[in-house]
Design a protein around this ligand. Structure first.
Ligand code: FES
Ligand code: FES
Length: 166
């Protein structure tokens, strides 16, 4: 059994089914997008027990007992998640295909920074707190591609959210 956005769901009998296909094809949660299906674009990013993962590279059966949050689960009681609102306010999207992955990834990323997980560009690995500078933000979100090039708005939206989520 796996929990998806707070509800229990059966795992597939076929162990080859990816978490992404379980969400999209079997549970009709089509908010999570399939871009490359090979770990290169980030469109399929979801949160598993609060940590971001690429669902196209994950077998659903690996997550027996885990709690998955997709873009559909971020908005509580019909109200947009603060990061969703920030994307709207900062024009962080054009076609919107990459957006669910961007948002799930950024929610997980901000939590990583809060826990002090360093990135490739973190200069002081012993620092107790890591500032989410422009370079840190761009590096940490580099796994989420946007073919429309809406990066300026995406970065502004995430920066604003990270400021308020501290
Ligand atoms: S669809 Fe998973 S990384 Fe592109
Ligand atoms: S908004 Fe179109 S791919 Fe990002």
């Amino acid at each position: 059994m796996i929990r998806i956005n707070g509800s229990a769901a059966r795992l597939p009998d076929d162990p080859r089914v990816s978490l992404l296909d379980l969400l999209r094809e079997r549970l009709q949660l089509s908010g999570t997008k399939k871009g490359c299906d090979q770990g290169a674009c980030g469109a399929c990013t979801v949160l598993v027990d609060g940590q971001r993962i690429l669902s196209c590279l994950a077998l659903a059966v690996q997550y027996d007992g885990c709690s998955v949050t997709t873009i559909e689960g971020l908005a509580a009681d019909g109200a947009l998640h603060p990061l969703q609102r920030a994307f709207v306010e900062h024009d962080g999207l054009q076609c919107g295909y990459c957006t669910p992955g961007q948002i799930c990834s950024a929610v997980g990323m901000v939590e990583e920074v809060r826990r002090g997980v360093p990135s490739l560009v973190t200069s002081d690995l012993c620092a107790e707190t890591i500032a989410l500078t422009h370079d840190e933000l761009r590096e940490r979100m580099s796994g989420n591609l946007c073919r429309c090039g809406a990066y300026n708005g995406i970065v502004d939206a995430i920066a604003e959210y990270a400021e308020t989520a501290r």
